[in-house]
Design a protein around this ligand. Sequence first.
Ligand code: NI
Length: 171
Amino acid sequence: MAIRPILTVPDPILKQVSKPVAAVTDETRALMDDMLETMYAAPGIGLAAVQIGEPVRVIVMDISPEDGPRAPRYFVNPEILETVDETQPYEEGCLSVPDYYDTVERPAKAKIRYLDYNGREVVEWAEGMYAVCIQHEMDHLDGTLFIDHLSRLKRQFAINKVKKARRAAAA
Ligand code: NI
């Protein structure tokens, strides 16, 4: 396992549409292991492969309480089959937009289908924090960031903030 660098805005790779994975292999699992280690080290609760420069449809997540045991989740080729009309607002953040948080409104529940770490198909309803997180991460697979759900002004503010922080860190 290895910690990989996380791309931040406005890196154009983050806007790419990620490609489906043909089959869950040891190579896929090695990628998921790296992603999980990178996510825990950041620290974060979700990470899409494109955020470490691998535009394939793979996501890792751990939304368990911070003081509890780790509960990693792995998603390969996830799809949203159904959502409810009801929405929930949630203050989101993203490892690719460090230190910027804003409220996004998304469907409160989503029925999803994906392959797990072992390549088994899972179909289930995600709700609460799980629904927020999986929809945020699945957006990444289509080149969409949570700031793309905000006004142009807020989006530009967020990107400028990240750029400025990077310049300050490099100085
Ligand atoms: Ni994100």
